[in-house]
Design a protein around this ligand. Structure first.
Ligand code: NAD
Ligand code: DAU
Length: 348
């Protein structure tokens, strides 16, 4: 029996990872460690809360004493670490919060794992979930590979790059068995509506302006979140220690083209006139330090572990819109309270 702590399991990607592990591996004991920040929401995993192999622990990874006590008590075999401050725009307003959670929080987990494992690393694993943003920005051509030099441009990506370096350093210095994955932009159910796709879905529903940064020609490589969870499962079980794997959607879209597709699909699903939601598109001030293009070469994980995306973008986007349209209460809950302050500071 494995005892795995998954951090950030009440967030967007973490909730899909927790659900997959709890349902697929009844012999594993899964602990979901989450501080329930604005981005964490127990509604995301309400369907598994009573499963016998699942435990929720509310706690903050920046609290070293708490983390050490928890690890001493539970003696986890493995960590799948997703907890983070994850939104680039928030990192521009409050960079220190990103250093605290993403760097110091990761350090606390590394130290706690190193302490309880005491150089006995048999069947142990520290899995660090990271992002393609650590590689910086691509020009019009080329792809990020596992050997692309780090070149982060935002406080968010700098904090993730820093945490990746510490994980690797603990591997080299102390022999900690780690694996890192760097993934492209995810989308899908439970995505917090501060990020492009869910924000725009919510605004289209409510006939609100769609704030496209700059000229809208920035490009991202989109992956359906469940395909990311499948990749994490594969790398956790079969990835090699001390290795990095890039995960991506082979699916590049310029923001403006993606937004137009979203408007078209939403108009169909909402029974609105063709072109109605396009009129909501509004070009606004650009994001400072905005990376032009991200695109992943995912051939290593494909060749070594046989992973590739299972869902096309058309299917994934359609499922995502359907999820938001049928989870109005979820959307209302997460966009009440603090969200309104965030929204007016960011956009008004
Ligand atoms: P999210 O913001 O939706 O969720 C983050 C979760 O972490 C929340 O449940 C939050 O409560 C929890 N958390 C935050 N600070 C914490 C703390 N101090 N202690 C304990 N828990 C805390 O994030 P996400 O989009 O699901 O991203 C998850 C991970 O995947 C992050 O590490 C992110 O860098 C990485 N990632 C995200 C994407 C993406 O497109 N969203 C792509 C690649 C990698
Ligand atoms: O690439 C992986 C990363 O993808 C993850 O590590 C991050 O956690 C995740 O937030 C995401 O970062 P991005 O900055 O790419 O995602 P976001 O949804 O914030 O923005 C996507 C693109 O859309 C980007 O070019 C900025 C643009 N944008 C975003 C918002 C919120 C707009 O034009 N308007 C907006 O209002």
């Amino acid at each position: 029996m494995k005892k795995i702590v998954i951090t950030g399991g009440a967030g967007f990607i973490g909730s899909h990872v927790v659900r997959r592990f709890v349902n697929k591996y009844p012999d594993y004991k899964i602990y979901n460690l989450d501080a329930l920040t604005y981005a964490g929401n127990l509604e995301n995993i309400a369907d598994i809360e009573n499963k016998p192999n699942y435990t929720f622990v509310k706690g903050d990874i920046t609290d070293a004493d708490f983390i050490n006590e928890l690890f001493q008590k539970e003696q986890f075999d493995s960590i799948i670490h997703l907890a983070a401050e994850s939104h680039v725009d928030r990192s521009i307003t409050d960079p220190l919060a990103f250093v605290k959670t993403n760097v110091i929080g990761t350090m606390n987990l590394l130290n706690a794992a190193k302490t309880i494992w005491k150089n006995n690393f048999v069947d142990k694993r520290f899995y660090h979930v990271s992002t393609d943003e650590v590689y910086g920005s691509l020009g019009a051509t080329g792809l990020f590979t596992e050997t692309t030099p780090y070149d982060p441009n935002s406080p968010y990506s700098a904090s993730k790059a820093s945490s990746d370096h510490f994980v690797r350093a603990y591997g080299e210095t102390y022999g900690l068995p780690y694996v890192i994955t760097n993934c492209s932009n995810n989308y899908g159910p439970n995505h917090f509506p501060e990020k492009l796709i869910p924000l725009f879905i919510n605004n289209i529903i409510n006939h609100k302006p769609l704030p496209v940064y700059g000229d809208g020609k920035y490009t991202r490589d989109w992956l359906y979140v469940i395909d990311h969870a499948i990749a994490i499962d594969l790398v956790f079980h079969d990835g090699k220690n001390h290795e990095t794997y890039n995960i991506g959607g082979f699916n590049e879209w310029q923001n403006i083209e993606l937004v137009q597709l979203l408007c078209q699909k939403m108009d169909q699903k909402l029974g609105r006139k063709p072109g109605e939601s396009n009129s909501l598109i509004t070009y606004v001030k650009d994001r400072p330090g905005h990376d032009l293009r991200y695109a992943i070469d995912a051939s290593k994980i494909n060749k070594e572990l046989g992973w590739k995306p299972s869902v096309t973008f058309e299917e994934g986007l359609s499922k995502t819109i359907d999820w938001y349209l049928s989870n109005e209460k979820w959307l209302k809950n997460v966009t009440s309270g603090d969200y309104q302050n965030y929204y007016s500071n960011q956009y008004e």
